[in-house]
Design a protein around this ligand. Structure first.
Ligand code: ADP
Ligand code: ZN
Length: 209
């Protein structure tokens, strides 16, 4: 299966994508995670992207499209994949179309802006394995450290003023994709629930898995 997760920053796309990935045995491709790894490694692309990410802007389409093309060419994508954080603009979605990618479903995970801002303040991430947690809703069994043992950190772009910019960008640039995929009959709306497992149940139901 080829599945896209749409949703505001912090809506929980990455978390749900992880569960679907386990259930279906297909990889999750997160452009955000790839960009953060590149920034950490100090590659040229990573350094270009860093400036955009840190002010809550989108990384230019050509950069992100390059990342995705390279990743989808790897053999673990042969049986299908989940895209988390891509496409985020109409031109990105059009490129995917032009690449001949036949999608099975596009899940839009819907969460209000107020809930998002509250959630982002509790988000903690692992810089080693990129797992993501929440101090209240999805605590790590290891307390302030990841399951892999690495101390958890707050992402620079999770600062409240940056979160507000990211939400504005989401509404103007990414939300139009709901119509884009709705018109193709691929859109499945999932209302995000307070409990992660309730959202997972609805996500699986929306995908018929
Ligand atoms: P979230 O889902 O919480 O917004 P991500 O980890 O998906 O976070 O993305 C973090 C940042 O990486 C984005 O705010 C953006 O700057 C950049 N980014 C990730 N994916 C894309 C994309 N498809 N197009 C443009 N920028 C992207
Ligand atoms: Zn970890």
């Amino acid at each position: 299966m080829k599945i896209i997760f749409l949703g505001a920053p912090g809506a929980g796309k990455g978390t749900q994508a992880e569960y679907v990935s386990e259930r279906l045995g297909i990889p999750t491709i997160s452009t955000g995670a790839i960009i953060r790894e590149a920034t950490k490694a100090g590659t040229e692309m990573g350094l270009v992207a860093k400036e955009y990410v840190e002010r809550g802007a989108l990384v230019p389409d050509d950069v992100v499209i390059g990342i995705v093309k390279e990743r989808l060419a790897k053999s673990d994508c042969d049986k299908g994949y989940i895209l988390d954080g891509f496409p985020r603009t109409v031109p990105q979605a059009e490129t995917l179309d032009a690449m001949g990618v036949k999608l099975d479903a596009v899940v839009s995970l819907e969460v209000s802006d107020e809930v998002i801002v509250e959630r982002m303040s509790g988000r903690r991430v692992c810089s080693n394995c990129s797992k993501s947690y929440h101090t209240v809703y999805k605590p790590s069994p290891n307390g302030d450290a990841c399951e892999c043992g690495t101390p958890l950190t707050v992402r620079a772009d999770d600062a409240p003023d940056v979160v507000r910019s990211r939400l504005t960008v989401y509404h103007s640039s990414t939300e139009p994709l709901k119509k884009f995929y709705g018109d193709k009959g691929l859109l499945r709306i999932v209302e995000g629930q307070d409990k992660v497992e309730d959202t997972t149940e609805r996500t699986f139901a929306a995908l018929g898995i």
